[in-house]
Design a protein around this ligand. Sequence first.
Ligand code: S3P
Length: 183
Amino acid sequence: TLFMDGGSCIILVGPMGAGKSTVGRALAELLQYEFVDSDEEIERRTGANVSWIFEIEGENGFRDREQQVIAELVERERVVIATGGGAVMRDANREVLRSKGLVVYLYASLREQVRRTGNSQKRPLLAGKNRKSVLSELMRIRDPLYREVSDLVMPTDNRGAKKLAQHLRAQIPSESPEVSSPK
Ligand code: S3P
């Protein structure tokens, strides 16, 4: 396997607005890996969007679905997985993330998080709230958890997805075209 402990699975964690999906997609393209976003996978399976799931089943119901999806996705090979910002809240998820893949924390400052979530209608935790105070409180709790599970911390402020993906690829152990084995 390519990475020390899991298979060839790269997992992106970090707050809403860190760019997990855009950077993940760009990285997957560079590596010729599959890309999957856990929120999108949940939506695909349920046929409902995240906000609707929060409304009907509550955050805990959403977290159950998220846990199930993450546990399944990390078993894939040659995959880049973008997780939701709250995935690290559950012990079980942190355990799975740490043991099954190479975990990258995409860090964004509070200012950037606020800016990048500006026109987002699809984030139930921010809807109708003061985004800055919610995001700040979430980071207070979650930043240590992102750090706890990650192998790499990558700051994302003032850098585009393509650059970040290239930078990430260069830091991924033994992932170069010469050594990566075919599927
Ligand atoms: C959440 C982040 C969202 C989504 C849900 C809850 C969170 O994902 O999973 O709205 O708790 O931070 P993104 O980080 O992709 O926005």
